[in-house]
Design a protein around this ligand. Sequence first.
Ligand code: NAI
Length: 286
Amino acid sequence: MSRFEQGIIVIGGGTMGRGIAQFFLQSAYPVTLVDLNKDILVQAEEDITKRLNRLEEKGRLEQGQAEQLLQHLRCSTEVEGHHGCLIIEAIVEDMAVKQKLFKQLSAAYPEDTCFASNTSSLSITELGSVVRQPERVLGMHFFNPAPLMPLVEVIKGLDTSEPLVTEIVDLLKALGKSPVVVEDTPGFIVNRVARPFYNEGLKIVSEKTANIDQMDRIMKAAGFKMGPFELQDLIGIDINFATTSSLYRAYHQEPRFRPSPLQEMMVKSKRLGRKTGKGFYNYETE
Ligand code: NAI
């Protein structure tokens, strides 16, 4: 039995946290989902319930299995005092906020607890520097939607222990994911490669060379599953903007990663995509 079967603690009940929680629940792991915001937790639980029920209706789960799995989900607004030796953080993409949480976790949980971050771009080494024994800190970068997307980047900080990396890779493989071990560089692999996909799209639309709908249709006709604007709405425009800004800073104002004023305006006007009902497209009637 893997030591992680005791339970997984997921911190952050937003887009990614609830997806990661659902993934481990579906794999029959007990999960505690933590968010400071009680309303978010209520929404997250409703969302997970709806998605598991839908899988049951489609025959992908057995009759009654959704209800059974949901009995292993606990939701809490408290960060401390939960059972499990793997904590996966999926809170706001901000180093100072994440480090504050990791400091608290390091003081509150026993020394054999592993800390993973779902960060899109921030340094695992820097994050781990506030933790007692930083060798137990690594990145577990799931993709959206987490229960469906097979790829998980496993990020090795300078201090991360090799046996822990192997343990996490084996865990993910056993649960049907395709983990890839990556070095601790800004944006790792996928988010670095993906920046021009969003940034050029934003530039083209800002210059009025094509509109949003045309851009998405063209990229899909070229074989992409989603266009850059639909995808930003799914990810969360704020999260996408934070990731681009983080790469821009980390690469010392490298022009390729310069964030788009159009994207910044969307964030400042709270048009964040699906999660706020409005982004590059409107979802208010859904
Ligand atoms: P989100 O904005 O949907 O959710 C973040 C949640 O964290 C919010 O519900 C907020 O209340 C909660 N939170 C903030 N501070 C907290 C704290 N100290 N303790 C407990 N809860 C706290 O964000 P999302 O999209 O889920 O992103 C989370 C992380 O995952 C970020 O680091 C992001 O870069 C990364 N990520 C996001 C992807 C996406 O497609 N949205 C894909 C892969 C990674």
